[in-house]
Design a protein around this ligand. Structure first.
Ligand code: SF4
Length: 473
């Protein structure tokens, strides 16, 4: 307690006696500012949900801490997509035990996709008795009431709802980025790809209404945001749950009516659901970025069928042709998986040949990992680890070659309009901006340009990074 507080205590004792001092101290400690620290794993969806958790913390009087060591409450927002995310989480929760030992008043919470998985919350609370709060994805909106409970009584709070709740439009987000913002348009997924845990931990599809999404986008633009990314597990099925027809195009058309300068992106698309009219909407408004992420997963029809992706290699290639016909300068990106159960060398060769045909600007390449509770986990013919490792190396090498040649063709010595987003962490004299295609480019420039648009000539284009010069602002 600092000098000023000591002076007040003295004054309280003199005027009201020691009993009043007790009351005063209680008040002092109860009103003492509390700090939160959120550790987020996984995708943009989770990062955005952490913005909601931060909003709830702040509404309850907490401020952000710079590290777990400085926090009164450490909250892990978990991911369940890959097995290593779970192992990492267990390691990190275990590591925080020493902090709790030193400072027993520290509260520790775990939420997100992992806790929503069947049995995961039970094993977590058994293995880590020092964890105070566990809740799942379906009851995230109740987080504020769990904070109240923890602050008003002793003991742990453990609650994981089995079913998804209705969309709650009353809780906002605490955003730290001042330039780009995520806006959720739908939640959950109905697709049940055989390797994926998402439908089990995020529930069935639920879409926000067009006025709710539009209102949020308008509010963000009015407060100065320049880039909006619409988020959903499958944005192309937006509105299907309320019987809408091509509702995602309808939403894009509404957003197109908004005035002002901004960039609009969306993710993720499902190849079976991306329609011509969505691509035409993108082409019709220069503020909509010509960047489409279209996860293919595999180039083999046999594997796609076992993955339950509901499209064939031929369907995928015809979608790509349609996109390129309407948006010739599109930056197409994808996800590709190797080592799915039963994947033969021939199947893998089909993935390599599809990558060569599509010439993706970039690809997220990864090795299949078993997820408990999914159909693929029970499949025979799991591919041996050494085969997966050898295949992923070949795929990464091929994609790197493709990405660097595409980068040279697409970017080298060309000028692009860029939205400056942040200081370049590698060099304080530089800032980074993002092209409409979604690529980061680093330029020499003043941080005052962050949040503005400018034109940049790309002077060096590599597979993963671009460098350029500012031509005009
Ligand atoms: S579309 Fe498939 S991969 Fe994507 S979230 Fe749904 S089930 Fe998972």
């Amino acid at each position: 307690m600092h000098g000023f507080s000591f002076f007040i205590i003295k004054a309280v004792i003199l005027q009201y006696g020691t009993k009043s001092l007790d009351n005063f101290c209680n008040l002092y400690y109860n009103s003492k500012m509390k700090y939160y620290y959120i550790i987020t794993y996984g995708c943009q969806m989770n990062a955005h949900e952490s913005e909601k958790l931060a909003r709830i913390f702040r509404d309850k009087g907490y401020e952000a801490a710079e590290s777990a060591e400085q926090a009164d409450f450490v909250l892990f927002n978990t991911c369940a997509i890959r097995e290593n995310a779970e192992q990492k989480l267990f390691g990190n929760v275990g590591a925080i035990k020493s902090l709790k030992r030193k400072r027993p008043s520290l509260r520790i919470g775990v939420c997100g996709c992992m806790t929503q998985q069947q049995g995961a919350a039970d094993s977590l609370i058994e293995r880590y008795p020092f964890v105070d709060l566990v809740f799942g994805t379906h009851n995230i909106d109740a987080f504020g009431s769990y904070l109240d409970l923890l602050n008003s009584r002793k003991g742990r709070v453990i609650e994981v709802w089995e079913r998804e709740a209705a969309i709650n439009e009353d809780i906002g987000y605490y955003r730290t980025d001042r330039v780009q913002a995520y806006v959720n348009i739908n939640y959950g997924c109905n697709n049940f790809c055989s390797y994926c845990i998402v439908p089990y931990v995020r529930g069935r599809e639920r879409s926000r209404s067009i006025p709710a999404v539009l209102g949020e986008v308008e509010g963000l633009l009015a407060s100065g945001y320049k880039e909006i990314t619409l988020l959903g597990q499958n944005v192309n099925s937006y509105g299907n749950d309320w019987g809408g027809k091509d509702s995602f195009s309808a939403l894009l058309k509404e957003i197109s009516r908004l005035t002002g300068k901004f960039q609009l992106r969306f993710m993720t698309n499902h190849p079976k659901d991306l329609t011509r009219s969505v691509v035409e909407c993108v082409a019709s408004d220069s503020r909509f970025c010509h960047a489409i992420h279209l996860p293919v997963q595999s180039g083999s029809n046999a594997v796609l069928s076992r993955m339950n992706r509901k499209y064939t290699r031929e369907d995928y290639l015809s979608r790509v042709a349609m996109i390129r016909e309407i948006l010739p300068d599109v930056a197409l990106t994808t996800d590709m998986m190797v080592g799915f159960p039963g994947e033969t060398e021939e199947d893998f060769a089909d993935t390599l040949s599809l990558a060569e045909l599509c010439r993706f600007h970039s690809a997220f390449t990864f090795v299949y990992s078993r997820r408990r509770g999914t159909v693929a986990d029970a499949m025979q013919d799991q591919v041996p680890e050494e085969v997966k490792t050898e295949r992923i190396k070949r795929l990464v090498a091929l994609q790197k070659e493709i990405a660097s040649s595409v980068a040279k063709e697409y970017y080298q010595n060309k000028t692009f309009e860029v939205l400056f987003e942040a200081a370049d962490t590698r060099d304080p004299s530089r800032i980074t901006g993002r092209t409409g295609a979604g690529r980061l480019v680093s330029v020499k420039g003043d941080p005052s340009l962050i949040g503005t648009f400018g034109h940049v000539k790309v002077t060096k284009a590599g597979a993963n990074s671009l460098f350029g010069e500012l031509t005009e602002v």
